[in-house]
Structure formats: C-alpha cells, structure tokens
Design a protein. Structure first.
Length: 241
C-alpha cells in the first residue's frame, strides 16, 4: 500500500511518500518504508503543501493516482496549519479515492526518538504560544496519559507518573522543549537545539500512525486549546451580542 503523509501543524510543512505492507522491508506492523520526504520551513502552508506533495511524489517515482492512503496530521499545532492540511487531505482523498487516516502531531514528533531503545520515555513538547506548551508522554509501546496544555512551570505537576518518568531519565523533544529549555531541563534530557529530533516530520507520522481508514467526517482538528481567533473574538466588545 502506498501512502501520502502530510502535516502543516507547525512551522514546517512536511510530506512523505511511503510503502506499507508485505512488500515493504521489515516484519509485522513494522513493514513501513519511506520512499521520499520533503520538509520545508514555511509560514504559508496554503502555498507550500501541495507543491511539496508533488515534489515528494516525483522524488519517489510515483504519482498521486497510485496512492491508496492519505495520512494527515490533525494537531495539536497552529490553527491555520491544521485546517490547511485537513482540507488538502480530504480533497486529495476525494480526487483519488484513497482512504484517509489520521495521526497526532505529538505522536509523530515522539516516534523517531522512541525508536531508540535507550529512550524508554519520551516527552513530546510543542510550543503552543501564549507561554504554553502542548505535551504528551510516550513509552516504547505508545502514549501515556492525555495531551496536556500548560505553562512550562505547570507541566511537571500535570505529567502522569511523574516520578517514574524522572527515574527513567525522560527525553524531551520538540520546539517547545527548545524554547523553554531552562524551565523544562529538570524533567529530563533535551537534545541540542539543532537536533532533528525536535522537528515534526511526515516520516514520524508514517512510523507511528494507525493506518486504519477513517471516514472524512471523523478527520477533524485536534486543537486541545481554544483557537486564538476565538479568544480574540471573546475579548472584542463589538463581537458581543
């Protein structure tokens, strides 16, 4: 099965073409091979996402009509970026007949670090703006607890099984871990700022996603927190009835 994975939940638009199934290297559920990936730092996902997808398809030596699954990152992340990716995924699915699958951005962020047996616990941390972060802890067999939205100072108190995580020397990854390195360093190890582990990638989605098909109506944004636009509207006296 050929997969087109895409995400624009962060400041990087990322697209990958992958193969999953018996014809891919590996064994069992791990039979997933990334054929090509394009990741582009961008503030304009609407102008970058589809060209990146076409570039990845060309690099993989295939075309959109060959895709059997469209895998999309549903957030958390930026309000606009999430909606652009979801709209693109639905449109591509409708145009090609390929089924849709979805995955959390935090799941994709944690996946590459979780592959290392030396990292029994990974805390994926995305900068949520407003002096907050989106965070979720992962073990080798998947997520532990819900997605949190908190200030860096509040995060430690909200983490599930906090003391156990510290004993295992948790690894923190993501732009939130980089931005709030000083406040979060007590929770575990944070790689150097330039480490690729801090980036959300389409490859991470391929590695971590449940590829079961999902109806388009269920592929919805995972905001976690109220979008900034809604907060600003509430603060605007002219928007009140």
């Amino acid at each position: 099965m050929l997969i087109l994975a895409l995400d624009s939940s962060t400041g990087v638009v990322t697209v990958a073409v992958a193969r999953a199934g018996e014809d891919a290297p590996g064994a069992g559920e791990a039979r997933r091979e990334v054929l090509a990936e394009i990741s582009v730092p961008s503030r304009g996902a609407s102008e970058t996402l589809l060209p990146a997808a076409h570039a990845a398809l060309k690099l993989a030596g295939t075309d959109l009509g060959e895709m059997e699954r469209i895998l999309v990152g549903v957030g958390p992340g930026t309000f606009t970026g999430i909606r652009i990716a979801l709209a693109a995924a639905r449109a591509l699915s409708l145009a090609t007949g390929a089924a849709l699958s979805r995955n959390s951005t935090l799941n994709a962020l944690a996946a590459p670090a979780s592959l290392d047996a030396g990292n029994p616990d990974v805390l994926a941390v995305l900068d949520a703006k407003r002096r907050q972060v989106f965070a979720q802890r992962f073990a080798s067999d998947g997520p532990r607890g819900e997605i949190l939205c908190a200030t860096p100072g509040e995060l430690a108190a909200q983490l599930p099984v906090r003391e156990e995580s510290r004993e295992k020397d948790m690894l923190l990854v993501g732009d939130g871990a980089v931005r709030y390195r000083e406040e979060l360093s007590g929770l575990g190890r944070i790689p150097a700022d330039a480490s690729p582990l801090h980036r959300v990638t389409a490859t991470g989605h391929v590695l971590s996603a449940d590829l079961a098909p999902v109806p388009a109506r269920e592929v919805v944004p995972l905001y976690v927190r109220e979008p900034d636009a809604e907060v600003r509207r509430d603060l605007n006296p002219w928007s009140r009835s």
